[in-house]
Design a protein around this ligand. Structure first.
Ligand SMILES: Cc1cc2nc3c(=O)[nH]c(=O)nc-3n(C[C@H](O)[C@H](O)[C@H](O)COP(=O)(O)OP(=O)(O)OC[C@H]3O[C@@H](n4cnc5c(N)ncnc54)[C@H](O)[C@@H]3O)c2cc1C
Length: 452
């Protein structure tokens, strides 16, 4: 039953990386913006914790980097892998052309708490937790708002523009019946924690062996572990029992030793189903989809969060002023898709290719040997720097364009200053000449004789 009706300029659905960044940037540009997040807090584990150099550079451009780096995090300067007994470095971030030459590993809730905390300093920012978008409101063909469920009842939020940032299972894109292209994905990920000891590898490592792949992300005193499994195989793994599961972890990463014993219950392990898909059209009159709502990303390369943030920056750059001035057109929404679709396509293509490597790993259930091509490739000079650039900065990085309206100067100001400066210069020239003439006169005039 509705209830409350509320009006804003831009209604953002979803308080993930895309939604909170967009909310921050629009509020910074003095646009009234309401961000709806269905959960009570940002505290959800395994949401991806990688803040890449491109995002850190945006923090620098916004003047937030110093404070941001005070939030506890680990700094990942390189990534690598172990295939069988061959250890290699894949990407080296020490040379990326940004202020921070590392990936910051920070729990996503800390990242979102920080950014939303900064956004709340702007008077036009309105974050509503426990507000779930359940449907869109339309006026003929145009989306004009969102139907919302909240603990205090149902409400309608009317807006000049609705931006769907509600992730892979986007309610808004379903309600808008936007067509989705799915790209087959052969993997799922099992996420869990394993304690870390000081002698363990510091940097991110992918371990490939015996038909399995285990990613270990250093989170200080524990690893966030991701076991990559063939899609749909979790039930079969469960049927084999926890002993077999722990044994398989040890087979891939023997250095974990008896720490794998801490995995005592299937409830400690969370299945995350991986998808790659993309909308054909990211917009309708009054509605724009960005981030995973427009293009669900796989965890491969850990780039989904950064891509979502780049979408938000491009959106704020293009729409900040038109939103403030009430002139957002569908053509502008189309331009956002045009700008962001190319980097998305390329990144998704790279992820699809990375999945083929996993398929190859799954097919070889015995001890794995690294192919000679890989051994040769990692020795090519500059390859680690090039990979770091692709992963850390991505394709077509966005930068903050200052959309804040600065007070404009009065029309007479520039000509007035010019005339004033010209007058001053003329006076100065005349004065210098007069002084010079006076001096010349003083030295050339004959001194008057006493009786004349
Ligand atoms: C297993 C796995 C691991 C990953 N690991 C990484 C990684 O390490 N690094 C990385 O960069 N990327 C990773 N990704 C990809 C990354 O999670 C996404 O690309 C990224 O989170 C997209 O950000 P987003 O803001 O678009 O959406 P999301 O992060 O999905 O945020 C959507 C938000 O909207 C809210 N919401 C949803 N529906 C509604 C509604 N109806 N009303 C109100 N709010 C709603 C949700 O609660 C959520 O807060 C991983 C993906 C998977 C599947």
């Amino acid at each position: 039953m509705t209830n409350n009706v509320y009006k804003t300029t831009c209604c953002v659905i979803g308080g993930g990386p895309a939604g909170v960044m967009l909310g921050y940037l629009l509020a910074r540009a003095s646009v009234p913006v309401t961000v709806l997040e269905k959960h009570n807090d940002f505290f959800r584990d395994f949401r991806g914790d990688t803040v890449h150099p491109s995002t850190l550079e945006l923090m620098h451009e916004l003047g937030l980097l110093g404070d941001f780096l005070k939030v506890p995090h680990q700094e990942l300067t390189s990534t690598g892998g172990v295939i069988g007994d061959f250890t290699f470095k894949a990407a080296n971030f020490r040379h990326v052309p940004t202020h921070c030459k590392f990936v910051a590993l920070m729990p996503q809730w800390d990242f979102l708490d920080f950014l939303s905390g900064q956004a709340k300093k702007f008077p036009t920012f309105d974050l509503r937790m426990q507000h779930e978008a359940v449907d869109l409101i339309r006026d003929a063909e145009r989306v004009t708002g969102v139907k919302v469920r909240s603990p205090s009842g149902n409400m309608q939020i009317h807006a000049d523009l609705v931006v769907a940032c509600d992730g892979r299972h986007s309610t808004a894109r379903k309600a808008a019946q936007l067509e989705v292209r799915e790209f087959g994905v052969p993997i799922d990920v099992l996420w869990f924690r394993i304690s870390r000891s000081s002698s363990d590898p510091e940097q991110l490592l992918g371990n490939f062996n015996y038909g399995k792949a285990l990613i270990l992300i250093n989170r200080g005193d524990y690893f966030q572990a991701g076991l990559i499994i063939p899609k749909g195989s979790f039930e079969a793994i469960k049927r084999k029992g926890l002993d077999a599961f722990r044994e398989s972890l040890l087979q891939i990463a023997p250095f974990l030793g008896d720490r794998v014993g801490a995995v005592q219950d299937w409830d400690q392990i969370k299945l995350l189903s991986v998808q790659i898909n993309r909308l054909r059209r990211w917009h309708q009159p009054g509605l724009l989809c960005i981030g995973d709502a427009a293009h669900a990303m796989s965890p491969a390369g850990g780039v989904g969060i950064n891509l979502a943030i780049q979408d938000a920056v491009a959106t704020a750059n293009l729409l900040g002023t038109p939103l403030r001035e009430g002139r957002v057109t569908e053509d502008l929404l189309r331009r956002i898709q045009q700008r962001r679709e190319f980097p998305t396509r390329v990144t998704q293509r790279l992820q699809v290719n990375a999945h083929k490597v996993f398929e190859h790993v799954f097919q070889n259930t015995g001890p794995l040997t690294a192919p000679w091509q890989l051994k040769a490739a990692v020795r090519v000079p500059g390859i680690q720097q090039a990979l770091a650039r692709v992963i850390g900065i991505g394709i077509r990085p966005e930068h903050i364009e200052d959309t804040e309206k600065r007070p404009s100067l009065p029309r007479w100001f520039v000509p007035g200053v010019a005339v004033g400066a010209a007058v001053l210069a003329a006076v100065a020239v005349v004065a210098v000449r007069a002084r010079r003439d006076l001096r010349r006169k003083k030295y050339t005039e004959p001194t008057a004789s006493p009786g004349s």
